[in-house]
Design a protein around this ligand. Structure first.
Ligand code: ADP
Ligand code: XUL
Length: 535
């Protein structure tokens, strides 16, 4: 039948997958990735983030994301595929990040010059040159103000699926309004990374989907529309600046003449983009309740499908709208892959050596605990970044390797209990899910079997499958999600890692120690932690 193009614009990279789908057959015909730092060095990002003197601030470049799309579409065009067969395009993007455009944006989007790359052209319509992203933790004041204005955390969580979180788009918008009121006033449209990139493809403002819209503290989870009280509590005139919210399966337009002329691409349907975690829910085939996925990307996330929204009373996690029309529960950790890399690099290791040390050290790390808060942490909330060591010698490489992986897995197990899922099976995805030594610790900590996927970037695969699903609906063919994902978004049976009951018993006991260390660290001020040499 057709070819379906999916993108994943993540923190560090852009990936594309082309799926060939015919009946029950689903083949990956093309897959390519580019790392922003290397492919577009003129933007000066490190791990996809613009360097900033303030440890709580994390911004990236919307122009860079646009140019990355251009580089990748050039690769698709040069791939030798029969481009005329591309029926639909959808995408996944890092969640929460926002792009601020002025009144000229609609005209600029519609009239890009095919002779030039898009980044510089779109710059003419940016009312804010950079975009705050999910790693930004600078909005505690705004979180408190919004929470107070709507009547407290419980109200906000019940309405939007989450209490106020620093990285969520509403608090970020409020901070922009506080710090740059004129630029805020000149902003005509505020996009998420997902809806911005969909707009670029379609050459017109695209809507936000409920999956990504629920990461803003602005969307009413029940109606899947903007929540007027939340919008009013965030910034003046915000309602007029937000795109509409439309179902994830909406066709938002046709690939614009700019891309058709620039790369010889066809007038394919452009489908609404969504967040990377909602797309990964599709790409891991989690279309039913009871199994969880753990994504080990730049962030570590644990998520699962929910038929009915069970909002977290402890304020740890989130409920998002799932692309299937249902809900998903998620807990996010900011010290994921980059924390593992920090330990690897501090001791001059390769990933192979890191894995060997992990395999060679005793489960439980002899009771020693490392809290790997290299950067401000989302779960639990830690503003003052810094390593916390309990009984661990700073020069002990194997102890740190085991310490970082065990602490991350124990934190995930403990802080996902609010989802109330008896976890027997875990689908592992994201860059670090290639590492089976890490997955062995995961299986033992959770006491659950762990599987890997053949297509490692499940967010990108999910985007391509969403393109197929939306195209079928738009063509009048109703299709069940179980049929969409069958035969491709499935774990590879041969990759199964079974938990070891004795090791799981060690971790059940150690999790109490981990909880105590965490409570202790959270009660100690930054100056105490530094004085202890813990930073
Ligand atoms: P994102 O989509 O958030 O940009 P990815 O899912 O692509 O991130 O994951 C990238 C991360 O994967 C890198 O930062 C790296 O630390 C990690 N990674 C890649 N290979 C390995 C490995 N063999 N072991 C552990 N981590 C790895
Ligand atoms: C989820 C979150 C991250 C980003 C980046 O809430 O903040 O997982 O989506 O991948």
């Amino acid at each position: 039948m057709g070819l379906y193009l999916g993108f994943d614009s993540s923190t560090q990279s852009l990936t594309a997958i082309v799926l060939d789908i015919d009946g029950d057959r689903r083949d990956v015909l093309f897959q390519s990735s580019l790392a922003f730092d290397e492919a577009l060095p003129r933007y000066g990002t490190r791990h996809g983030v613009l360097p900033d003197a303030d440890a709580l601030t994390a911004h990236s470049s919307p122009r860079m994301w646009a140019d990355a799309l251009d580089v990748m579409l050039a690769r698709v065009a040069a791939s030798g595929l029969d481009l005329r067969r591309i029926a639909a395009i959808a995408g996944s993007a890092q969640q929460h990040g926002s792009v601020y455009l002025d009144a000229r944006a609609a005209a600029v989007l519609a009239d890009l010059d095919p002779g030039r790359a898009p980044g510089d052209q779109i710059a003419a319509a940016l009312s804010r040159p950079t975009s705050p992203i999910w790693l930004d933790a600078s909005t505690s004041r705004e979180c408190a103000e919004i929470t107070a204005a709507v009547g407290g955390s419980a109200v906000l969580a019940r309405k939007t699926g989450s209490r106020a979180f620093e990285r969520f788009t509403g608090p970020q918008i409020r901070r922009f309004y506080h710090r740059h009121p004129e630029a805020y006033a000149a902003t005509g449209r505020i996009h998420l990374v997902s809806s911005f990139l969909a707009s670029l493809l379609a050459g017109a403002h695209a809507p936000i989907d409920p999956g990504d819209g629920s990461g803003m503290n602005l969307m009413d989870l029940a109606t899947r529309d903007w929540w007027p009280a939340g919008v009013a509590a965030t910034a003046p005139d915000l309602a007029s600046k937000l795109p509409p919210i439309a179902p994830s399966s909406s066709i938002v337009g046709t690939l614009s003449p700019y891309w058709q002329r620039r790369h010889g691409l066809p007038p394919a349907r452009v489908v609404a983009w969504s967040g990377d975690n909602p797309c990964s829910l599709v790409g891991t085939g989690l279309v039913r309740e009871g199994i969880v996925a753990i994504s080990l990307g730049t962030s570590d996330t644990i998520f699962g499908l929910m038929r009915e929204p069970r909002v977290d009373a402890t304020g740890t996690g989130h409920v998002f709208g799932a692309p299937t029309g249902e809900y998903m529960g998620l807990t996010c950790f900011s010290n994921g892959s980059l924390a593992r890399e920090r330990v690897r690099d501090a001791f001059g290791l390769t990933w192979t050596q890191f894995s060997e040390l992990l395999d060679a050290t005793p489960p439980g790390n002899r009771g020693r605990i490392l809290l790997p808060w290299f950067e401000p942490e989302i779960t639990p909330t830690v503003r003052d970044a810094g390593l916390r060591r309990y009984g661990l010698d700073p020069a002990d490489a194997p102890g740190h390797v085991r310490g970082v992986v065990e602490a991350q897995q124990m934190a995930m197990a403990r802080h996902s209990r609010w989802m109330n899922v008896a976890i027997e099976t875990i689908y592992a995805t994201g860059g670090a899910s290639a590492n089976r030594a890490i997955l062995r610790v995961m299986a033992d900590v959770f006491g659950a079997e762990v599987f890997q996927f053949e297509v490692g970037n499940t967010a990108c695969l999910g985007a391509a499958l969403r393109a197929f699903h939306a195209d079928a609906l738009a063509s009048g063919r109703r299709i069940e999600w179980t049929d969409v994902v069958r035969g491709i978004a499935e774990p590879a049976a041969a990759t199964r890692i079974a938990p070891d009951p004795a090791r799981h018993a060690v971790y059940r006991a150690l999790m109490q120690v981990h909880a105590a260390c965490e409570a202790d660290a959270l009660s100690v001020s930054r100056s105490d932690a530094t004085a202890n040499g813990a930073r």
